[in-house]
Design a protein around this ligand. Sequence first.
Ligand code: UDP
Length: 254
Amino acid sequence: MSRRRRIYEGKAKVLFEGPEPGILVQYFKDDATAFNNQKKGVITGKGVLNNRISEYLMTRLTEAGIPTHFLRRLNMREQLVREVEIIPLEVVVRNVAAGSLATRFGLTEGTPLPRSIVEFYYKNDELSDPMVSEEHITAFGWATTQEIDEILNLALRINDFLSGLFLGVGLRLVDFKVEFGRLWEGEEMRIVLADEISPDSCRLWDIKTNEKLDKDRFRRDLGNVEEAYQEVARRLGILPEGGPGDLKGPKTMQ
Ligand code: UDP
């Protein structure tokens, strides 16, 4: 880790200079934070699991035609990604009322939404990631109208694909957060999915029992946090009984 130049350190990940220009190494830590850094902790093994889970989901999304920054996993905690210009927005897609949406509108957690809802938050820790509208995004120059349209389109396609994928392994994708970046290829610019997709950034509930298998176990002190992340990996076929060594396809639930 120390050999490489550190480009950026976030709450759960570190970005290092990669083997060539335009490529970075994304390192997954075990650190966990919630409520805008007010709650801090360590979930042993989380970095290893999120590296695997994000690799798996990004690979499936690429196969489904969604452009991403992901290149390949390097080892237990690191993956190679393309360097992108991160758009400073947290894009949240919701299928079922939970978390801040349930609180804001007085909805019972678990109420299905009439249709999927996309929300934008300005990525800024000092301001606690305030919710913003398209007007704010264009007025402050964070993204253009065309880029917002592209982001909305990608976010909904990601939601459709991942909802089906998780349903196939007995999990309900309640909501999730994604980030996008601008990838420059000469004069051409493309918007690609960046960051990670893992139980840190998704709400995943067991389809039958509604058991929470995501970061809410940490946020709400529900216990068995690491076990929940392991269970998601196991269902996706990433952590089969044989151990973390061998990769298999997902185990489909009947
Ligand atoms: N989320 C995230 N990072 C954040 C805020 C939210 O990954 O900084 C994810 C969260 O895990 C959930 C979804 O975005 O899957 C919606 O979160 P919500 O707005 O309900 O906020 P929360 O209740 O987590 O504070």
